[in-house]
Design a binder for this molecule. Structure first.
Ligand code: MLT
Length: 267
């Protein structure tokens, strides 16, 4: 159900499918996206637990111009979960949402019962990637959200998704183009300045699932295996027929793997 709750001066928009049972699952989207990316995954999870998907501040229907960093987004998520009365939860984050999830796992491990990192990575930006973020900030300032969507879209999905599932690429384009330019600018700076999260993986003791689309060129499968190799409680799984947007490109497999993982966590 489509809901909203004020937390720290921001109205957080979220969907919540309430069920009794143990710890809930929180789904977090990535850059230039919103919670709609989970729309085909959430109903297929088959879980006897509450499932929440939220729009991060500035994205989707959580309207705000407030500045943020990856760590402050993690703080916002914790405050949001407090506000909807969930102390412990399983957290799944896609790409930028994965950076937020790793940050939260590093600083609020006691709040988490499990972690799912989807199409993401632990490495920080290298100097070339930081320079590219600045170029994209200049682009969004001069030409707006559509220019960023146009540049990113071909790398977001597998070539076959463009060919066989054009409606998925169309919906993705709509979501990306709807993201406010100011949010894109802030998010690009937040991703550029985020820490390297490999040390979080080294110390993680939470059950952790790492998913990656087999054709993801933004955070390729080799990054998923290197994350899993660093973390003794992590397992990596490849999503077939998907690129960087596996929850939209192959929601059935993403839902099955997250559902099995979360279903095995009892407290
Ligand atoms: C995302 O999909 O959230 C971003 O592409 C990640 C990034 O640019 O580092």
């Amino acid at each position: 159900m489509n809901k909203s709750i004020p937390v720290g001066g921001i109205d957080f928009a979220y969907d919540e499918h309430v069920k009794n049972g143990t710890v809930p699952l929180l789904l977090v989207h990535g850059f230039q996206l919103d919670r709609r990316i989970w729309a085909e995954v959430a109903p297929r999870l088959g879980l006897d637990r509450t499932v929440v998907s939220v729009d991060l501040p500035g994205f989707g229907q959580s309207k705000t111009d407030k500045m943020f960093t990856i760590p402050t987004l993690a703080d916002h998520l914790v405050a949001f979960m407090d506000a909807i009365h969930h102390r412990r939860f399983i957290l799944a984050g896609l790409s930028m949402g994965g950076y937020v999830a790793l940050d939260l796992a590093g600083r609020y491990a006691d709040r988490l019962a499990g972690l799912v990192i989807v199409d993401s990575k632990a490495d920080g930006d290298n100097p070339d990637q930081k320079a590219n973020r600045q170029r994209m900030i200049d682009l969004v300032r001069s030409q707006g959200s559509k220019a960023i969507a146009k540049e990113m879209l071909p790398n977001m999905v597998a070539p076959d998704t463009l060919r066989i599932q054009p409606h998925v690429a169309d919906q993705l384009r709509q979501i990306m183009e709807a993201c406010p330019a100011k949010t894109i600018e802030t998010a690009l700076a937040a991703m550029r300045d985020r820490p390297d999260y490999n040390a979080v993986l080294d110390h993680l003791t939470l059950p952790t699932l790492i998913l990656v689309g087999e054709h993801d060129v933004i955070t390729p499968p080799k990054m998923a295996s290197s994350m899993a190799n660093r973390c003794k409680t992590a397992e990596a799984r490849i999503i077939p027929d998907a690129g960087h947007m596996s929850p939209m490109e192959n929601p059935a497999v993403v839902a099955r793997l997250i559902g099995e993982f979360a279903g095995a966590i009892s407290h």
